[in-house]
Design a protein. Structure first.
Lengths: 540, 540
């Protein structure tokens, strides 16, 4: 499975440099490539407690994406899914730790514990004040000996980060981190495995199955379950969480494991907010990718009980695009539909000349049904003639309800009628044509001027102009010739329609996807319809 | 291909409701489900020009994710990849348009143009001031008749949004949008097709191939090309862009089409910033998913020439998590590695008793190599004995370089020696053990106390306690019995080691993944090593 990477050995360094490029100078890195990959705040003055996290890469935006004021001071990045070395962690500690000391926030994986632990030991031997906490929010099994660190780690970053930024000392920051760790629970579900760049994809999860209680390093979930949509998926996740939380209010962090679409994440959030623990969720963080597992098509939900003051720390603004914010759960506000949406009511009136003209025109189009269908079959599904004929029949049937004696209103009413009976793009275009023509007539334009206004508007909206093999190629010359009489207009329309048979690259509409060979020698059906119409009117 | 959705007909409404839940009350929707899906600012007072965008869903966070102060006023959402109806657009217009009028920002797709165009017509007939712009930033082919609207649309949202928020009138906002549209160019590349929820996945793109010049609705790219990594992929994209941009500075918007991992997007950004047009890119937006195509594994780059004042509009802060900000491109700042990283230099000294004790202990471990390997083979890869023996040989060889006559320094030096020669988790744990013990000895502890301190630290870092089937099960009782003499300690270590043979669920380390049957009756090799060590020392 290919990925947008270069040399695999350079993947993480290149990604870190790309992050630095796009961070506007907020971030820097240590000069330790390739072994030491440490991202630090470029504005850090060591005056406060430093927060250092990290671990294997592949969990972006964690952890480097959360380096910034109010969250992490430094992120120590390993290779994909591999702990950074103790030396790299030590470099990170020494680079950012001042007299106030530092807190290492470590996810509960053996490699991370050991390497961060050894680095802490060495930094202490060098006189630094170093505390370390281990996040183990995974509740995949009730009696896991070593629960893993999952997206609940973000709560630690944010709450300890807010406290450190506010000037809290190392003991207070560490105590806050430990309170969070004691309370937070997380569980995830995935429909597919993740793909490690450069490795073949594992096809462990069959279609129709899901893994529940998974880690973030591609290891199998604790159980495979049947997958039957978002409701039952979230219900399984909620069941696990419900067993482990108290009755108070919680903050829910909804994490995209990487490959779920935003639409899915929003559906899952809505589903969570309608679940049986909905009344215990007062705040939401996300949905967003925060602690991913490469491209894993899954999600996790983390819950933190709300203790006094912690929502404040979660809601403190940070200038980090990766942090989605923490908001009180909102009941979707529903606003009444605006007034004036109903179709305009037209007052019927009689005008024999207008009625005759419309009837004539409609009959011309009805007569052309078979020919237009045949032309359309060259570049489409062969139904233009029938679509037009159906609308023409309906128009004749509606004549008595039209305001025949008011040109502006009549044009508008014809537009509305066509939009209801014709359907598809053509119906919309003709509705726009007659509506704009009606507006122009209402503004004082004569019929030719009104039709020109309609044409200009559909050209603007539809994006087609002369030569694009559309009805415009017949209608525009016809309107231009109309001051010289109907026969001149009909001749111009016919010439225009016939020219479309020589246009082998359509500039708009469906025919623009059709090959030149298929178009050559066949008039555009829309232009042909216009020519037939004018020819009929000229004869009448 | 399954997705985290419920009823497909409810996909978009549920996703919109999920968005509203997590937006902290900033957003509302019209009461028009299922047909009318319009998201609006809940704080909107109609006093300024309204910006309305939308189109088919499947491009999240566009467009509803960009509804908020300084960007859109309303988003009209269609079904996945389907234009909303003219009625839905009209509802959006009427809901948010006051005397200042509104601007419709439409991507250049026939359905969107027609439905937004018809809605505009109707709103005008109802007395609203409505302007409409069509974004056509696609440069997949030099002579496209109808270039599509792609992620460049975000520039319009942000720049027109900033101007409208600042009180610009409809003509000024529209003119700004048109200037952006005239200048912006975009092109995308993908390694795979997107998956429409509920539809089978199309497998049009073979592994090793990519599509260049693609749209955002799953339609094929203009050309298929060979894919050979991020450098050549970005070079093809840059070639297309270079043909279409001037010599001045540009803002680059790096868009994730949905399925590219953050690591890939950062690598692509770095690659773009090293490309042949790098000197023409002064600002970056992203990388981030902004205008996605469901889960498409691809990216797009949009470039906007920098005209006076437009970077200000792009950089104005907006309270929208989906907008990643616009930053001047930063040259990655590289900070020198911290001092003090080199290993401590120990001053060698002689102490016959200490040297004898260390040599004896090492010999005991060397003698146990085969037995320890055999035990390890029950739960691991059978190399514990050899790993330990190698380190023991190296320790004997290093004896002359150790500070034998300074207990604290000696322990620290042994820790450092082991971390270099032993490798793996065991090496790190023993390094932590001896380092912490050395610190305790340096602080005044006697040898037993120092070893207790080391044990406490590895228990903390490694996460294992008594009963977890580790060397702690032998070492802790041995240390506790040590005040009664070496024979007592040896007996306690042996008893402890033998108890591990009855522990069939390991609490830490690799053996925690091994079945009870594989563990039953076999001592933990680490505990056995400790017992062998103490037994040997007691006999000596």
């Amino acid at each position: 499975m290919p990925h947008f990477i270069n040399d695999r050995d350079q993947l993480v360094p290149e990604a870190i440099d790309g992050l630095l490029r796009s961070a506007g100078g907020r971030l820097a890195r240590l000069d330790g490539y390739p072994h030491v990959k440490v991202v630090v705040r470029s504005d850090w003055d060591r005056s406060k407690v430093a927060l250092i996290s990290g671990g294997g890469s592949g969990h972006e935006p964690a952890h480097a994406g959360f380096v910034g004021p109010g969250m992490l001071t430094a992120a120590v990045c390993g290779e994909v899914f591999a702990s950074p070395s103790a030396e790299a962690v030590l470099a990170g500690i020494l680079a950012v730790t001042g007299d106030a000391g530092c807190l290492l926030i470590v996810k509960n994986y053996t490699g991370d514990r050991l390497n961060f632990g050894l680095a802490a030991e060495r930094a202490r031997a060098l006189g630094r004040r170093v505390a370390m906490v281990v996040v183990d929010d995974d509740i995949a099994l009730p009696d896991l000996a070593q629960p893993r660190g999952l997206a609940g780690t973000l709560f630690v970053h944010k709450i300890a980060g807010a406290l450190a930024e506010a000037g809290g000392d190392l003991a207070a920051v560490t105590a806050a981190a430990e309170r969070v760790i004691a309370g937070v629970v997380s569980i995830g579900m995935s429909l597919d495995t993740c793909t490690v760049p450069g490795n073949p994809k594992e096809t462990r999860i069959a279609t129709g199955r899901a893994e529940l209680g998974l880690g973030i390093h591609g290891e199998p979930g604790v159980e495979q379950v049947d997958f039957d949509g978002a409701h039952s998926a979230m219900a399984m996740v909620v069941d696990k969480l419900a067993d482990r939380i108290g009755s108070g209010q919680h903050v829910a962090l909804v994490n995209n494991l990487g490959g779920a679409m935003p639409l899915e994440m929003s559906v899952l959030t809505e589903t969570l907010c309608r679940s049986r623990i909905a009344d215990r969720i007062g705040w939401l963080i996300g949905p967003a990718p925060m602690m991913t597992s490469l491209d894993m098509h899954g999600f996790s939900v983390s819950l933190l009980p709300v203790a006094a003051g912690e929502t404040d720390a979660l809601q403190t603004a940070v200038p980090l695009a990766a942090w989605p914010g923490c908001f009180a759960v909102a009941t979707p506000e529903v606003i009444a539909m605006p007034d004036g949406m109903t179709a305009t009511t037209f007052v019927p009136s009689a005008n024999a000349a207008a009625a005759a003209l419309i009837t004539d025109a409609c009959k011309a189009l009805i007569a052309a049904e078979a020919d237009l269908n045949a032309l359309d079959a060259k570049s489409g599904d062969g139904d233009t003639g029938s679509t037009v004929a159906t609308a023409a029949h309906a128009m004749i049937g509606a004549l008595d309800r039209l305001p025949q004696d008011d040109t502006a209103q009549l044009l508008r009413a014809m537009g509305e009628q066509l939009s209801q009976t014709m359907g598809g793009s053509s119906g919309v275009l003709l509705a726009i044509f007659f509506s704009a023509a009606g507006d122009a007539a209402g503004g004082g334009a004569d019929l030719t001027g009104a039709l020109h206004a309609g044409l200009a508007r559909i050209s603007e909206v539809g994006g087609a102009g002369p030569g694009d093999r559309t009805l415009i190629d017949a209608l525009l010359p016809a309107l231009e010739a109309l001051p010289d009489g109907l026969p001149a207009a009909a001749a111009a329309a016919r010439a225009g329609a016939n020219r479309t048979g020589g246009i082998t690259r359509a500039g708009a509409g469906r025919a623009s996807y059709v090959s030149a060979d298929s178009l050559r020698g066949h008039n555009d059906p829309g232009a042909e319809a216009v020519a037939r119409l004018y020819e009929h009117l000229a004869r009448a």
